[in-house]
Design a protein around this ligand. Sequence first.
Ligand SMILES: CC(C)(COP(=O)(O)OP(=O)(O)OC[C@H]1O[C@@H](n2cnc3c(N)ncnc32)[C@H](O)[C@@H]1OP(=O)(O)O)[C@@H](O)C(=O)NCCC(=O)NCCS
Length: 154
Amino acid sequence: MLRVLPATIVDLDALESLEMQVFDHDRFSRRQFRHLLTKAHGITLKAQKQNNIIGYMTLLTRTCNHTMKIHSLAVDKNSQKCGVGTLLLRQAEQVAADYERTSLKLEVSEDNPIACRLYLSHGYTLQGRRPHYYQNGSAALIMKKNLANLEHQP
Ligand SMILES: CC(C)(COP(=O)(O)OP(=O)(O)OC[C@H]1O[C@@H](n2cnc3c(N)ncnc32)[C@H](O)[C@@H]1OP(=O)(O)O)[C@@H](O)C(=O)NCCC(=O)NCCS
């Protein structure tokens, strides 16, 4: 059964190895994960199947009063295209609503068409572009979704 749960420090090893498997550059280090899981103003969600973490999303709350930032989203290569990314993205909206935020924002690499399509198909709109943002020199697209009409779900 697939479940989305808050990640904790006990998930550090699993998150680190997922990060290594999924990203070629701009990875979170172990130290960054430790900070995200223990000190950062935010929440890390894990998608867990049986006892395996097959995806995660980090959300930062300390942006401004109205917005929450999706800092990272990744799904294990063997579990992609099965709806896990979509599930995490939906859950992000619920977390934002719980924190009484009215929008979600994120940055995504211009050369990541799969992720760009995912966000656009979920109602995110292009707000801007940051050239040479990532370690491989690619630009970041800034996207935002307004959640004002999101009903609070039980
Ligand atoms: C982007 C990512 C999180 C999507 O996760 P996922 O679990 O595969 O997403 P889903 O299964 O919910 O699929 C979402 C859509 O993307 C499509 N998709 C996913 N992987 C795809 C692939 N390899 N090729 C083509 N389309 C793909 C799905 O078909 C689906 O489209 P649909 O809604 O029209 O059917 C995942 O590909 C990933 O971890 N990529 C590497 C890390 C990354 O790029 N993170 C985003 C950083 S901003």
